[in-house]
Every structure is written in structure tokens, then in C-alpha cells.
Design a protein around this ligand. Structure first.
Ligand SMILES: [Zn+2]
Length: 413
């Protein structure tokens, strides 16, 4: 039996009301009596997952309820093998029974994660504890047809999910996504993905709920459940490289417009009358803070390996004493910070967890981005904090698990 089999605690078929910015009124309605038990169980599991292994007493304190209430919620989850008790830890000084911290069972339910990018599809089979059991990647060309891409999705997922019971499959899809239909609306870098009905393709093969969402948003859920965003109430998860995007977590919930709209931060205007963007508009943030821009600038400044320039190469050339490389690195950091600072002006996310190319620039790049963020963000005492994701970065696949868990544990019903 999986968590999804718990009465009333099922994985939703679409991503309707979770932190949908236009449905705040709906999410605030009262719970029916039959939903209270489900919601409480979800709340306890969510708290445990975010805080790490915890005893019954710690959970009771965190949720401000008595131990009997917590015990009545936890016991069925222990009896059915979803949670396990760790070895006892020392008794408190005031006497009391030694506490036995609870955590998710390594042998508990399994979750599927899929990342669909312009160049590859990756799949991972994961435990509810975030452990990766299997991982398969299949590459394709930018000119691949939708049939080729569909075949690649089948191959990668079959290598991970065949003959396995899953509580859900969470998909991080590149491009503009409709979370209600589970399909990709359009993808500028690979038109073979345009209109691809990802949910239908996976539902044909697997008997599990399939949730599809915008890549940076899934990345943010990976940070929230398994990465540097754990325990952080408000943050932005920033993807850098050939494209740019944000996933925003606001008061512990992912921000998602209707049917998955929004999150297209790469196409916010930072330069009126600026360069033409892939989207057809001009002066988007993507035109001045992506690898395409970096390569062009590197060529103009006469840097080595300009055509394949990355943050890692730029940092290496800068470390070798190349003043032009150091200058360009600071300019790239500034241009990245501009888009993040705009978000800080609007939402005050406070913490920016960065992924992708920029992380290759190491501590020098981190300090440059942090410096520009401090200069460009509103002055209210504490400047926003910039973090680079831990490497190797598989947070987007883990975010697929986070997407399923966020839906499973959703308390805003
Ligand atoms: Zn654009």
C-alpha cells in the first residue's frame, strides 16, 4: 500500500489549487470534517520532511498539539511501513523516555521524476527519502521530431519505472507548460517539444498520477524538499545557462499562475529597445544574461574559447590573471543580478538559490553576484542571500519527487 492509498490522501490529477495566485479565496475555505484527518496527516508528514528526523515530542511542539494527537496520526504510518523509528537517542536531563526519531522508510513508497530538456530526457526512480535508486538519460538533437522525443521518453522511463509501483511521476518540462493538461505549449530551443502531451504519453505506460510543470518551478520544489531551500519559507530558485528562469516559493508554497502560467522571468524586459529575443520581443533578461550573450561578449573582448565560453572557463581565465575575463565575469554577474533584483523589488524573496552554468564560476562568481545583488536590491538592512546549488546538481529530478510530494501532502484543499 502506498501513501496514495491512504483514505482521502491521494495525488491530484492536476495542479489546480496549490498556491494558485488567483484562487486565494478558494484555498482559504473551511475544511469538511472528512478532510480534517487527511489534512492533519499531510501537515505532519510535510513538517517531518522539511525538518528532518524528529521525535513525537518534537513534532508535537512544532505543530503546537499534544503528544496523544501526534501519536494517533503517526501510528498508522508506522504500522504500514511508511515511517520508521530510528535508534533511541539519550533521554533528556529531566528524566523522560529516550526519544526515538521518526523518518521516512527507505523501503517505503517510490516516486518517478522526469526532466525534459531541449537536448535530453532524464528519468530517476526515487525513494520518499530522496534517495535515487535508478537514473537513465537519453539524448536527442535540437532538430528531433516529436516522435523521436516521444521514443526517447519511453526508453528513459522504461529503464527506470518498469514493473515498479509508483505513487506518482513528476515531470520538469522545458518551455511553456500547461499544468492542467500536462502538456508543453511551446519550446523555443526545440520545436519537437511544441504541443507534446507529456501526461498522456506517460499515462499510456504507467498506472500512476502524472504531474507536469515548468522546469524552474520543479527545480524550486527540489530545493524546497531536498536542497538548500529546505526550511526556508521564501526563496527564488534561479536557473542559468542557455535560458533563464525562476521558480518562486512564497510562504512554503510554490507560486503558480492558472494552468501553470507565469515564471517566465527570462522574458521580463530589462532593456527597452534592447536586442531581439527568441520570443520575438526585445530587451528580455535572457538577451543579456545567458550563455549566448556571454559567448558574443567573449568574442568581442578577444577571449580564448569565446565560442564555447562558460562561467567555469571565464573563472579559470580570470584566475590566470586575464583582466578582460575578470571584467566580463563582473558584467555577467551584474546582468544576472539585475533580473534577480527586480524580483527582490517586487516579492522580497530574500534568498536566491542558483543552478546551472553560473555555479561553474565558483566562489569568485558567487561573490560577484552577491555583491551586485547587495547593490541593486532595496536597502533594508539585510541584503538578499545568494547561494549556488550543491554539485553534482540533480535537484530538478528530485524536484519531480517534490512535485508529487507537494501534491500528496497539500494542505490547502
Ligand atoms: Zn524574450
Amino acid at each position: 500500500m502506498s501513501i496514495a492509498d491512504e483514505p482521502g490522501l491521494s495525488v491530484a490529477g492536476d495542479l489546480g489549487p496549490i498556491a494558485d495566485v488567483r484562487s486565494v479565496g478558494l484555498t482559504n475555505r473551511l475544511l469538511t470534517a472528512s478532510r480534517i484527518g487527511t489534512s492533519n496527516r499531510g501537515r505532519v508528514l510535510e513538517t517531518l520532511h522539511r525538518s528532518g528526523p524528529a521525535s513525537r515530542a518534537q513534532l508535537a511542539r512544532a505543530l503546537n498539539v499534544n503528544r496523544a494527537t501526534i501519536a494517533s496520526i503517526l501510528q498508522p504510518l508506522i504500522d504500514t511501513g511508511k515511517l520508521v523509528e530510528g535508534p533511541p537517542v539519550a533521554a533528556s536531563r529531566n528524566g523522560g523516555k529516550p526519544a526515538r526519531p521518526l523518518w521516512f522508510s527507505h523501503d517505503g513508497p517510490l516516486i518517478g521524476g522526469v526532466q525534459l530538456s531541449p537536448d535530453f530526457v532524464a528519468a530517476a526512480l526515487m525513494g520518499i527519502d530522496g534517495s535515487v535508486r535508478r537514473q537513465v538519460q537519453v539524448d536527442y538533437e535540437r532538430t528531433a521530431t516529436s516522435q523521436t522525443i516521444s521514443a526517447a521518453i519511453s526508453e528513459a522511463t522504461a529503464g527506470c519505472f518498469s514493473n515498479t509501483e509508483l505513487i506518482g511521476i513528476g515531470v520538469a518540462a522545458a518551455g511553456m507548460v500547461n499544468t492542467h493538461t500536462g502538456s508543453i505549449i511551446s519550446m523555443h530551443l526545440n520545436h519537437g517539444l511544441d504541443g507534446l502531451d507529456v501526461r498522456a504519453a506517460l499515462k499510456q505506460q504507467y498506472d500512476a498520477p502524472v504531474l507536469v510543470d515548468h522546469h524552474p518551478r520543479v527545480q524550486a520544489l527540489g530545493d524546497l524538499w531536498f536542497g538548500l531551500g529546505r526550511g526556508v519559507q521564501n526563496f527564488a530558485s534561479v536557473y542559468t545557462g542557455e535560458a533563464l528562469g525562476f521558480g518562486i516559493v512564497y510562504r512554503d508554497k510554490i507560486v503558480r499562475g492558472r494552468e501553470g502560467a507565469g515564471g517566465e522571468s527570462g522574458h521580463t524586459t530589462v532593456q527597452i529597445d534592447g536586442q531581439l529575443c527568441r520570443c520575438g520581443r526585445t530587451g528580455c533578461w535572457e538577451t543579456v544574461a545567458t550563455l549566448g550573450w556571454l559567448c558574443k561578449k567573449s568574442a568581442q573582448m578577444g577571449l580564448d574559447e569565446a565560442a564555447t565560453m562558460t562561467s567555469e572557463k571565464l573563472a579559470a581565465q580570470s584566475d590566470d590573471g586575464n583582466a578582460h575575463a575578470a571584467e566580463l565575469m563582473d558584467l555577467y554577474a551584474r546582468n544576472l543580478a539585475v533580473g534577480m533584483a527586480n524580483n527582490e523589488q517586487v516579492l522580497a524573496s530574500g534568498t536566491y538559490i542558483m543552478h546551472g552554468d553560473v555555479c561553474g564560476g565558483g566562489p569568485r562568481m558567487l561573490s560577484a553576484v552577491q555583491g551586485w545583488m547587495t547593490r541593486l536590491a532595496p536597502e533594508r538592512g539585510m541584503p538578499p542571500l545568494v547561494l549556488f546549488a550543491e554539485q553534482p546538481d540533480i535537484i530538478t529530478l528530485l524536484g519531480g519527487a517534490g512535485l508529487v510530494l507537494s501534491s500528496t501532502f497539500a494542505t490547502t484543499v
